[in-house]
Design a protein around this ligand. Structure first.
Ligand code: NAD
Length: 328
């Protein structure tokens, strides 16, 4: 059996080759994103492996079905880029990797939060240039502060557990509270309370019509002055222009993001010798209190290994006629 990998990155290739060789599936690697125009590259494959910025809209799914592709295996947990209703109508299986390492993402969120708070991004550059002044590097103790966590599923729960060692108050908002979080003293509150009382806010809910721009103008109007926002979940959770406004007027004390609303045509590529025309992203890079990483929160050896092996077993399960627990 053959499967085509779209949006292939160098960092994952070895892990995929190893897992799929073990599963007896040949892989064809493509660097382009999967969309209706590139779907043709899957010709001859029974499955495709897709990633976060591939566009599995109805036109793309129809094209894949016409090419006799039976399975779309998402190499990620989120599935906001797939038209599931159409996939079900067409009978093409969609499988995903619901959990590969919640630690990877939660630890990256914490890294961003601590780095932003202690200005590590500025200190790193300053010291390299022989400047050992401390001006502008004053941070705040996390101990005793309030951290708001929006979404306490697998990643949010690990994030809360990591925070529990800091001696801070942890507030959470999630329609389905986690018993593990309750056990470690996390307080579930209304979103408005979380927004207005938190010194740090970290987003860990999925992107859906309900959560789109959950951080918008009105949320930012109610944040505690100087609060810092961390987003390692999905770019669409945050209204970028509203965030730029809140950074400009100083209400928002800092922003650290691993995901960006318009990342699809930028992230995972090298544009270092080109002019980037996304003015909002470029504006964000000019703030001294903004850290941006390019969707790397998941990127640990353990996560890459798990993504590859779970993707291979998902495809095997579908073709083996077994119930795949990771089907959508
Ligand atoms: P999960 O499904 O285990 O948890 C999501 C939680 O969000 C659930 O508890 C759910 O009840 C909650 N939720 C749903 N709607 C909500 C709302 N309106 N308000 C508040 N909470 C709400 O998912 P997870 O594995 O913890 O992953 C969370 C998200 O992290 C994913 O959806 C994905 O977008 C993102 N993610 C990012 C990366 C990265 O590399 N940056 C990697 C993996 C996952």
């Amino acid at each position: 059996m053959k499967a085509t990998v779209f949006s292939t990155r160098k960092d994952e290739r070895l892990y995929l080759e190893q897992a799929f060789t073990n599963a007896g599936i040949d892989l064809a690697f493509e660097e382009v994103h999967l969309n209706v125009k590139t779907a043709e590259l899957a010709k001859g494959s029974a499955a495709v492996l897709a990633f976060v910025n591939d566009s599995l809209d109805s036109a793309c799914l129809e094209r894949l079905v016409a090419l006799d592709v039976k399975v779309v295996a998402l190499r990620c947990a989120g599935f906001n880029n797939v038209d599931l209703e159409v996939a079900h109508q067409l009978g093409i299986a969609i499988v995903r990797v619901p959990a590969y390492s919640p630690y990877a993402v939660a630890e990256h969120a914490l890294t961003l939060m601590l780095s932003l708070n202690r200005h590590l991004h500025k200190a790193y550059n300053r010291v390299r240039e022989g400047n050992f002044l401390l001006d502008g590097l004053v941070g705040r103790d996390v101990h005793g502060k309030t951290v708001g966590v929006i979404g306490t599923g697998q990643i949010g729960t690990v994030f809360c557990r990591l925070l529990s060692g800091f001696g801070c108050r942890v507030l959470a908002y999630d329609p389905v509270p986690s018993s593990e979080c309750l056990d470690i003293g996390v307080e579930y509150v209304d979103l408005s309370v979380l927004i207005s009382e938190s010194d740090f806010i970290s987003l860990h809910c999925p992107l859906s019509p309900q959560t789109h721009h959950i951080i918008d103008h009105s949320a930012l109007a109610n944040i505690k002055g100087g609060a810092m926002l961390i987003n390692t979940s999905r770019g669409g959770l945050v209204d970028t222009s509203a965030v730029i406004g809140a950074l400009k007027d100083g209400r928002l004390g800092g922003l650290a993001i691993d995901v960006y609303e318009e990342e699809a045509d930028l992230f995972f590529e090298d544009f270092s010798d080109q002019i980037i025309t996304d003015d909002q992203l470029m504006r964000l890079t000019t703030f001294p209190n903004v850290i941006i990483t390019g969707h790397q929160a998941f990127l640990t050896q353990e996560a890459l290994h798990n993504i590859a092996s779970i993707s291979a077993s998902n495809i095997q399960a579908v073709f083996g006629g077994n119930e795949c627990p990771n089907s959508l």
